[in-house]
Design a protein around this ligand. Sequence first.
Ligand code: SF4
Length: 308
Amino acid sequence: MNYLFGPVASRRLGLSLGVDLIPPKTCPLDCIYCEVGRTTVKTLERREYIPAAAIIAELRAYFAGANPEPDYVTLAGSGEPTLHSGLGQIIAKLKELTKAPIAVLTNGVLLIDPQVRREISQADVILPSLDAVTPELFQKINRPVAGVTAETLIAGLKALRQEYLGQIWLEILLLQGLNDTPAELARLKAVLADLRPDEIHLNTAVRPVVENYAMAVSPEALATAAAFLGPNARVIASWTHPQQPHFDLSDADFLASLARRPQTAADLAAVLHLPEEEVAKRLHFLQQQGRVRATHHEKQVFYQTVSA
Ligand code: SF4
């Protein structure tokens, strides 16, 4: 499997089968907190970054095989999935292949494009992000490609809400000393009243970040912000594994552990004391680099180091 990862236990989506539509690290933003790393291709260009036929072939094989039925199929990527010009085609095919609901994780930047909204609207849940409303803060946190502003992002989100009948779960990632001030939270709240997301998910930089000034807010600050934003706001940050030195995502640790015996993402997460979602992502990257291979056995996915 080159483009599928998991299924893995996800905080929000239960057992989630990930579909990676975009190669690392292609995105219209270069967020200071991005857990995937620095953006190397900052673009708004939609194209078939990975052949849609290859992704569909993997999905077909997955659902034809004796594999676990996921709670959600989640379109994501090592960047922004709406950049893939085959997004609509892939969601339509997924609807034929599985009854599992389809979720799309997006930064929301391309929602200003009516064609993107048409394509993504086939999904059951859309999880966009909005970290800041103040133009300077948006620039500072999300570092967009030229032409993208907080205003265009909000306009796209507003148009989506007007047209889309499915669930919108909007994520806000709060950073200490940046968008966590009472003034910015009040501005966000005013915009959210217009955007009417079904849920508001509050997160912070609990994972490795790109810039060391992207600092997590406290659990108390998140809880206070959630209470301020209203009854549909909740904290999704996982504090089980805070941003500490033991949160070591070195490839060597993964490869050494997998060289000893094939393991599932859950096995490895337990061994390395890391969240399973993180482990699955890293395994996916190592797989893309040809350093790890995945095999299916008894409805589980096992990973093993490829010997040099
Ligand atoms: S939008 Fe997502 S993938 Fe893109 S830089 Fe920000 S956090 Fe990373």
